[in-house]
Design a protein around this ligand. Structure first.
Ligand code: COA
Length: 315
């Protein structure tokens, strides 16, 4: 498959580090030096499906196809207002599509997992146009009194339309099962029969463990894709790394020995928008005209699961 259109949408509200100091024992200096984040976009009165719909419509407009031409919609989302139906169905209705629509919950590497699934659909020959949407309201999953997690995240949506092509040159997906390092739990409705205790648990994270996992798996995944394709970092024009933390991106870059200009980043302005991060970054780079036909891009992402993935793609 190949990408024929991209789009993204962000909430209006910008929350700076300084804004956080009004209710948290933290500082712009601490957050910026540990994460590279200066501000993030946060959902206020928007609904996540509004952002997802806007991103999808922009991607369809660039692709030059109508929603009715879509054969499949894949939506990467951890949580939104609807428990059911899936966000993919909600957005399908909003954009006027009438094709199969399915949600996947793969946390931060969700865009890469969705691409891997879409590529498999293309290989069966059953689809001609696939829309992937990544939409996340990560700020709704947090304990806003926990300064070690709530400073990291932002909200947003990114989308891309795919058509038949031979542009995916390598895929590596992994799961290293470990629930305790990064998770959130939601209490479901009570029943007259329930005998177990349950509670809502906002996002819990062992930051240091996640940091180590992110750097080591991203380097391993990228190096294995390069080796498989017989390429070196010099052959890659851009490394599209999940925008979790600038220090993570920098550590990956240094271990790969590649120059800074090959690592586009928006984490300073957006924070970590989970699976939407890579999709939004893709759209921003595309709209800036960064990519030339034939450029080789490597996407790499990691997160709860613990899941990781990397994809080598030709533009
Ligand atoms: N402001 C000020 N101080 C803070 C703080 C904040 N927002 N958050 C934590 N601290 C404090 C801690 O309480 C601790 O204080 P103590 O030494 O008195 O106990 C101190 O800073 C150091 O905490 P530590 O957790 O060791 O910091 P760190 O250097 O590991 O940085 C993270 C913390 C979360 C920034 C870092 O571990 C990280 O980025 N991890 C990856 C997280 C991530 O990207 N998750 C999503 C992946 S998809």
């Amino acid at each position: 498959m190949k990408i024929i259109g991209t789009g993204s949408a962000l909430p209006r509200k910008v929350v700076t580090n300084e804004d956080l100091t009004r209710f948290l024992d933290t500082s712009d200096e601490w957050i910026a030096s540990r994460t590279g984040i200066r501000s993030r976009r946060v959902i206020t009165d928007e609904r996540l499906e509004d952002l997802a719909t806007e991103a999808a419509e922009k991607a369809l407009a660039e692709a030059g196809i109508a929603a009715a031409d879509l054969d499949y919609i894949l939506c990467s989302n951890i949580a939104n207002y609807y428990v059911t139906p899936g966000l993919s169905c909600v957005v399908a209705g909003r954009i006027g599509a009438a094709c199969p629509a399915v949600d996947i919950n793969c946390a931060c590497p969700g865009f890469l997992y969705a691409m891997d699934i879409a590529e498999a659909f293309f290989k069966t020959g059953r689809v001609r146009n696939v829309l992937i949407i990544c939409a996340e309201e990560a700020t709704r999953m947090l304990d806003w009194t926990d300064r070690s997690t709530c400073i990291l995240f932002g909200d947003g949506a990114g989308a891309a339309v795919f058509a038949p092509g031979d542009n995916i040159k390598g895929v590596r997906m992994d799961c290293q099962p470990d629930v305790n390092t990064l998770y959130e739990c939601r209490k479901l409705n009570h029943t007259p029969f329930l005998t177990k205790e349950e509670k809502d648990v906002p996002l819990q994270m062992n930051g240091r463990e996640v940091f180590k996992f992110a750097v080591s798996t991203a380097v391993r995944d990228i190096e294995s894709l390069l080796a498989e394709a017989g390429l070196t970092t010099d052959d890659i024009q851009y490394f599209m790394i999940h925008q979790a933390n600038l220090r993570i991106i920098e550590a990956i870059r240094k271990r790969l020995g590649a120059p800074e200009e090959k690592f586009p980043s928006h984490v300073a302005d957006h924070g970590n928008a989970s699976s939407a991060s890579c999709a939004i970054l893709l759209d921003e780079c595309n709209r800036k005209g960064l990519f030339k036909r034939g450029d080789k891009l490597i996407f790499s992402a990691f997160g709860a699961g613990l899941l990781s993935g990397a994809i080598l793609m030709e533009w």
